[in-house]
Design a protein around this ligand. Structure first.
Ligand code: FA5
Ligand code: MG
Length: 452
């Protein structure tokens, strides 16, 4: 695995990823710092928290169906722009397509920004596999900010189930039986509270049913999808509360009281699902979005080669890193990438979900950099420069000040970088040296004039 990742390289005109060579174009913006993560496959690393969460979710989902879902866990992260965006109906001007949000390899390929990039190909495969459900787990890549909960590489699990629209009683009964079984499982959790939301019944809304589907089809599929995901979330949090001695309290009779698991459904929008929803969990005093989903639009089935309006189904995408951090109490997303024994050992020694014991963290040291420019630097471009220069030695980074000189029209920006190494102490001299490197890159890449 390590050998594989070392072979990924970017040079002045070629990009080498997993032994494939791509010619660079003006659109190329992947960096060495990013592609060295390709091939790490934390989702398949035995005893790794991301792998553990994947296994628990796979098991929950398989328990809803008589046939196990097909698992695709080693699909390559290099996909075409067509797979990632066009086939899913992303409009040409969708912000997700922009160079400041996405890592492009060249004019044809990119590093997938979500596991949905494989939906259409999985629907194609489904036609010969005689199985209507699949799960995909994989690394996804997004240019994003830098803080304790954002990393440019993270893991998602995608899931989907499809039925033919034959309108038979038998078909509906099969779906209803699965729903009833899931409801039975859900009713065994006494401490569950779920706030639901219906799809919009206004025919003009983005969240109404698809016009070719009936109300009956729409509601039964939504119910099947929601109960499946509620079960996933309930199983994960139940394991957490059971294994966290500190979070369960005893009542007057001395029995253990498990905290309430609170979730809610909200309406959402994705170009390839309709209606669409998100599930949120109430945790540590706030609502956290953990999973997007919806009924697959006809457009996706059509792009997979299905005959017009013969299929119906649902799809979801859940973030595995966020779930792992919540459930194990992992305070910094960079830890997931750590090869430090103090991190890895804890997951080898215990099974399932437990409370992670943070080990001594090193001091955070802040430095500001202020500079003049004719045009401002996009936040994500600054973040990328910092990542490329500092790798995991930056804990977080933010824009602290910005103004325009009214006479010259020139822009001034000030960014704060919080330096911290996970495994060792950085000295003042180390940080000064690193910070000089960032200033040098700003001058080289953007023609910035550093203010002192
Ligand atoms: C998607 O990526 C859709 N592909 C999900 C989907 C699939 C919708 C199938 C409909 C049908 P979104 O960008 O919201 O949606 O990400 C999905 C989940 O990934 C989020 O709920 C969150 O748990 C996780 N996630 C998103 N961005 C980050 C990030 N920067 N760091 C960690 N986790 C993230
Ligand atoms: Mg979202």
């Amino acid at each position: 695995q390590i050998l594989k990742s070392i072979q990924n390289t970017v040079n002045s005109n070629k990009i080498n990823i997993l032994n494939n060579v791509y010619n660079k174009t003006d659109l190329s913006n992947v960096t060495n710092n990013i592609i060295k993560h390709v091939g790490r496959n934390l989702h398949l690393q035995k005893n790794h928290p991301i792998n553990n969460i994947r296994e628990i979710i796979e098991k929950s989902i398989d328990s809803t169906s008589s046939k196990p879902f097909i698992k695709y866990n080693d699909l390559t992260p290099v996909v075409s722009i067509k797979q990632n965006f066009d086939d899913l109906g992303f409009p040409k001007n969708h912000p997700g397509r922009s160079k400041s949000d996405t890592y492009y390899i060249n004019d044809t390929y990119l590093l997938r920004t979500h596991t949905s990039a494989h939906e259409v190909e999985c629907f194609q495969k489904m036609q010969t596999l005689q199985n209507n459900g699949y799960l995909i787990s994989a690394d996804v890549y997004r240019r994003d900010e830098i803080d304790k909960s954002h990393y440019p590489v993270f893991y998602q699990m995608e899931g989907s189930k499809t039925w033919s629209r034959d309108n038979s009683k038998e078909n509906f009964n099969k779906i209803q039986t699965e729903i009833d079984n899931m409801k039975k499982q859900l009713s065994t959790f006494q401490n569950l509270s779920i706030e639901d939301v219906d799809y919009t019944h206004e025919p003009e809304s983005v969240n109404c049913k698809q016009s070719h589907m009936t109300d009956e089809e729409t509601s039964i599929l939504i119910s099947h999808m929601k109960r499946t995901l509620e079960l996933v979330v309930a199983n994960l949090f139940m394991q957490r509360y059971k294994n966290y001695a500190s979070s369960s309290k005893n009542n007057k009779k001395g029995e253990e009281v498990i905290p309430e698991i609170k979730m809610r459904w909200i309406e959402a929008y994705f170009p390839w699902t309709q209606p669409s929803f998100e599930i949120e969990v109430f945790f540590n005093g706030e609502w956290l979005e953990i999973c997007g989903c919806g009924l697959v639009r006809e457009l996706a089935y059509k792009n997979a080669g299905f005959t017009k309006e013969t299929q119906m189904g649902w799809a979801f995408g859940i973030g595995l890193d966020r779930m792992a951090m919540l459930l194990y109490d992992i305070p910094d997303i960079r830890l997931l990438w750590s090869t430090d024994e103090r991190f890895l050992k804890q997951f080898r020694e215990k099974e399932g979900i437990f409370k992670f014991k943070p080990f001594s963290t090193h001091a955070v040291m802040s430095r500001d950099v202020s500079f003049w420019l004719n045009t401002s630097v996009h936040l994500n471009d600054f973040m990328e420069l910092v990542r490329e220069e500092l790798g995991d030695m930056v804990e977080s980074c933010s824009l602290v000040d910005e103004f325009v000189n009214p006479k010259t029209g020139r822009k001034s920006q000030c960014f704060r970088i919080n330096y911290q190494h996970l495994d060792r102490n950085l000295t003042n001299e180390d940080v000064n040296e690193l910070h000089k490197g960032v200033e040098k890159k700003l001058i080289e890449q953007f023609g910035a004039e550093i203010r002192n």
